[in-house]
Design a binder for this molecule. Sequence first.
Ligand code: 1HN
Length: 354
Amino acid sequence: MAQVPEPADDVKAVRQKFYDRLARLDMAPLWESLHALVLKQPASPARPFIWRYQDQVRDLLMEAGQLITAREAERRVLILENPGLKGTSSITRSLYAGLQLVMPGDVAPAHRHAQNALRFIVEGENAYTAVNGERTLMRPGDLVLTPSWHWHDHGNDTDQPMVWLDGLDIPTVAFFDASFAEAGNDETQAQVRPIGDSDRRFGNNLAPVDWKPATQSSPIFNYPYERTRETLETMAQADAPDACHGHKLRYVNPASGGHVTPTMAAFMQLLPSGFASAAYRSTDGTVFSVVEGEGEGESVIGGERFRWKPKDVFVVPSWTEVTHRADTDAVLFSFSDRSVQEKLGLWRERRADA
Ligand code: 1HN
């Protein structure tokens, strides 16, 4: 930018009077704010942060389980709010995250909304989510989708609490002022297809002939951990780890080859025992959930060190340098708005090893 001399005080005063007249008419001089509007590189107000499951969050969740039913709450969720984004219910500028508890006997009633949601299962086994009349039973490490405008309800017919990480595009939908929502007539959807129907139709590299996707989300709504883990293991046996990511997978919508939802992309990576990654940054602020890693695992995010354990959630803001290190094999799930940024031609990454 061209260097211009500082104006004299009398010139400044005249200008200020002009700006005041503009302000009364809801106008402003661009030249006073241009540099703050068009940054040379991202400078997110979001901060690196970790929520520790065993030490902090789990007890509070269980306390919430005694305070309120899922029916009364509609969804019994503790919001994970980024400390740099207070009052916004956001974990990054574009994404919302929360930890949801479904207790034995709970019913989280059917509703639908414009927001896309993903669930990453943290604790418990075999509670269900129903999506447009089809139930899926959930296990730790599964990725379950409830796409935009699909009816969904949850229930737990087991005798154990069920906890998952919710990821939604709430701030993104709010940005576009495009939110719609509706409550179902019945709390629990009638089951119109058997459990496993979509998985068998679309999860075998097949699709019914003439089938056309009606939405931009994946027709598979449960990506079970067993299969994800098998793919990671296959890569780890055969390949050298990527310097920045270890062995990293992208969850795929088989109908398009793209990401699993139009607004959120999801990933799973294995950091082999003893691995220390090269520094990495990308424009998609990313939420991580630790799946495996009983030894010492840590990430350095924007110069701050975060030790993590299974079930912890941490966030890496946009364009913040991150490195990961693991003493024993560790597995990290993550999701971000990369799906949107790629469509808009905005997504960038920088690898320290490139
Ligand atoms: C929602 O529908 C769920 O269906 C969870 O489980 C969290 C947060 C905000 C808005 C809708 C769910 C939500 C949500």
